[in-house]
Design a protein. Structure first.
Length: 163
């Protein structure tokens, strides 16, 4: 019975996120996937950040504010993972982001910070950098690199302590 309730709750979170991001899903900027271990929201980098930056753009703030409304009602642990392509950081940005690890981590942290400001409990949030690791497409083409530059928000049914 508990497992069925958990699956029903996960399905409800999934359906709410699908409705929240219907416009972005139609434009292929956000993908939502129900997994055994939770719900994954894959956000294209270009709707969140300018190139080479970890500062959210206007659209990114708007999209994540809508996400926060759903996430703060969720009992799930919210893992925010940053990913980049395999192009090395340009010389002009190396002082701020020496490698793709730092850029992806700074982007994940920016998302976490905004979600927290919008009311998602900090005890529920995790920020992780994958850098250029775990690509979802080839880095040989511009289209593939664009797919690899992303933020994934993974909602995991992990108990969150209330301390």
């Amino acid at each position: 019975k508990a497992a069925k309730e958990q699956i029903d709750q996960q399905r409800q979170v999934y359906e709410n996120l699908e409705a929240t991001f219907a416009k972005e899903r139609r434009a292929n900027k956000i993908k939502i996937e129900m997994m055994k271990s939770g719900v994954k929201v894959n956000l294209a980098n270009d709707i969140l950040f300018p190139s080479g930056s970890a500062q959210l753009n206007e659209m990114g703030v708007e999209v994540l504010t809508r996400a926060a409304a759903e996430l703060k009602a969720s009992p799930y642990q919210t893992l925010v993972a940053g990913f980049t392509d395999d192009i090395p950081i340009s010389d002009g940005l190396k002082s701020k982001y020496p490698t793709n690890w730092e850029l992806a981590g700074a982007r994940a942290a920016s998302v976490v910070r905004l979600l927290e400001e919008e009311g998602v409990p900090s005890r529920q949030l995790l920020a992780v950098s994958f850098g250029e690791n775990n690509p979802v497409a080839t880095n040989v083409t511009p289209e593939g690199r664009a797919q690899n530059r992303r933020i994934e928000i993974i909602l995991r049914p992990v108990p969150v302590t209330m301390n």
